[in-house]
Design a protein around this ligand. Structure first.
Ligand SMILES: Nc1nc2c(ncn2[C@@H]2O[C@H](COP(=O)(O)OP(=O)(O)OP(=O)(O)O)[C@@H](O)[C@H]2O)c(=O)[nH]1
Ligand SMILES: [Mg+2]
Length: 213
């Protein structure tokens, strides 16, 4: 099997950096065909409880701890980690099929998962999203002033600990101006699709006809 046309992307960030909004914006660019490949977000498994409005199979596959541990035993995960007291994991199913079909797959995972995937697949492209300042992050994590200072302090501590891993990633996007950050994201994604090996796959007929003597 040669290399697939699709690219696998990891997107990680501290809570409050705006990762989910950036990924949604990217997926709408995909829907508007502004990307070279179609894009899909991989749906992880988690043992955390669904929040209001979250749909099983869409936001996550919600499972209990024993189901999750059974999946670990069956070697069903590409990677998994405990994040904030809950299990989260990316199942192997569907990722390589999608890449073979020319779909770019995005993994919204933490730094622990990013490390595991990089070790298994050096082709993966990893992007880390950062807030523009520590004050901006604090404001975004403040919970609109409704949460106790200790809760906010814990969130800040977790965010700072996630950010300490920024140098394990290939690309950094600073989310100050949102539209600029989306444009940066699109640049990273499109540039991977335009590399010689990918264009060779995508345009094999064209290249053959253009170079036929
Ligand atoms: N390793 C790994 N991490 C995951 C996976 N799925 C989600 N995560 C990470 O788990 C963390 C918590 O995710 P959620 O419980 O959905 O909470 P959230 O509100 O999205 O949290 P933030 O995005 O951090 O603000 C985030 O950093 C996710 O990127 C997974 O399959 N594997
Ligand atoms: Mg998130």
């Amino acid at each position: 099997m040669g290399k697939p046309l699709g690219n696998l992307f990891i997107v990680a960030a501290p809570s409050g950096a705006g990762k989910s909004s950036l990924i949604s914006a990217l997926l709408s660019h995909s829907a508007e065909q502004k990307l070279n490949n179609p894009a899909q977000l991989s749906v992880s498994h988690t043992t955390r409880a669904p929040r209001e409005g979250e749909v099983d199979g869409e936001h996550y596959h919600f499972v209990d701890v024993s189901e999750f541990e059974a999946l670990i035993k069956q070697d069903a995960f590409y990677e998994y980690a405990k994040v904030f007291d809950n299990y989260y994991g990316t199942s192997k199913a569907a990722i390589s099929d999608k890449l073979d079909q020319g779909i770019d797959v995005f993994l919204d995972i933490d730094w622990q998962g990013a490390r595991q995937i990089k070790a298994l697949n050096p082709e993966v492209i990893s992007i880390f999203v950062l807030p523009p300042s520590i004050e901006a992050l604090r404001m975004r994590l403040d919970g609109r002033g409704k949460d106790a200072p200790a809760v906010i302090a814990k969130r800040m501590q977790e965010a700072v600990s996630e950010m300490s891993h920024y140098d394990e990633f290939d690309y950094l996007v600073v989310n100050d101006d949102f539209n600029k950050a989306v444009a940066d994201f699109v640049s990273i994604v499109n540039s991977q699709a335009l590399s010689l090996p990918k264009q060779n796959l995508r345009h094999s007929d064209l290249l053959a006809s253009l170079t036929k003597k």
